[in-house]
Design a protein around this ligand. Structure first.
Ligand SMILES: Cc1cc2nc3c(=O)[nH]c(=O)nc-3n(C[C@H](O)[C@H](O)[C@H](O)COP(=O)(O)OP(=O)(O)OC[C@H]3O[C@@H](n4cnc5c(N)ncnc54)[C@H](O)[C@@H]3O)c2cc1C
Ligand code: FES
Length: 257
């Protein structure tokens, strides 16, 4: 069930340079929420900014007898700027949980997660969930430089974490898709979130592999309503036009790229 509610800011932190995590109290927004689903966020009452923005659930926790959730973001515009400036106790209007989250195949024991930039957010939620269920997990993450690398200590210790940076300062020198190619034969299933160029390269790797392995991706197409009303988030998939907010944001990589 979708809820429109006022969530209360609990705490905020800059977890690595330029990347923020805000925890919220708004238990209805966590009811039935699964990794890969998202909430539409409107940090100020009224119509300024006019449109809410979409954010994936990053983490869930129990605190003071309540279920809380966190969003992870970089400041790229008005809404993310407002989110980072909010103080504990302030209110944010949200709608969620929305969309279809990741779907892990029955019998998939080895899970490969591939992320870039803020695409790490839903992958952390997924890692938390799947480690609890006893799966083996490798998380590949790519960043331009060392200061853009998601900190290993924030992941469950059971996750094998593989990093690529473009300048080689941390992990392998190169792109996250190089790591993806190495781990692909090990994986029973791959689940991914990140920028469009990353998805394009992943599709090339999968085609080269010849086995046409299924890779699930979460797309972050710009959205205006998040509810299937405005048709602003169309995805031109090989199966026809789909709405990212309503039919996705989960898609099969090779259906789109
Ligand atoms: C399903 C979904 C989940 C998302 N999850 C997260 C998340 O967990 N963390 C996070 O930081 N962001 C996430 N995003 C992206 C986030 O919604 C946008 O970046 C949002 O526009 C930020 O709002 P703003 O007002 O700060 O910036 P805006 O002023 O809206 O945008 C700043 C700039 O980014 C461009 N832009 C806006 N949206 C997108 C987009 N989707 N892709 C590429 N460029 C865009 C704009 O054209 C503009 O140039 C998600 C998007 C979707 C659709
Ligand atoms: S964002 Fe309006 S239809 Fe998808």
């Amino acid at each position: 069930m979708i809820h429109h509610i006022d969530a209360t800011v609990v705490e905020s932190d800059e977890i690595y340079p330029g990347t923020f995590v805000t925890w919220y109290q708004g238990p209805e927004l966590t009811h039935g929420a699964t990794p890969g689903q998202f909430a539409m966020v409107q940090p100020r009452p009224g119509f300024d900014p006019m449109l809410p923005r979409a954010f994936s659930y990053y983490r869930f926790r129990e605190r003071d007898g309540e279920r809380q959730f966190a969003l992870l973001y970089q400041i790229v515009g008005e809404v993310t700027g407002l989110m980072a400036a909010q103080q504990p106790g302030e209110i944010t209007r949200m709608t969620g949980p929305l969309g279809h989250g990741f779907s892990v195949n029955a019998g998939a024991g080895n899970l490969l997660l591939v992320g870039g930039g803020v695409g790490i957010a839903p992958l952390v939620a997924l890692a938390d969930e799947q480690i609890e269920k006893g799966h083996s997990l490798v998380l590949c993450f790519g960043a331009r430089r060392a200061d853009g690398v998601f900190p290993a200590e924030l992941l469950p210790s059971e996750v094998e974490y593989a990093v690529a940076t473009e300048d080689g300062a941390v992990g392998r020198e190169g792109l996250v898709t190089d790591l993806f190619a190495d781990y692909l034969p090990w994986a029973d299933q791959t689940l991914s979130c990140g920028p469009t160029p990353m998805f394009r390269s992943m599709a090339e790797v999968v085609r080269r592999d010849g086995m046409r392995r299924a890779v699930q991706i979460l797309m972050e197409t710009e959205m205006a309503c998040g509810l299937g009303i405005c048709y602003g988030c169309a995805v031109f998939s090989k199966k026809g036009v789909r709405l990212c907010c309503k039919d996705g944001p989960r898609f099969d990589l090779l259906d789109v790229y």
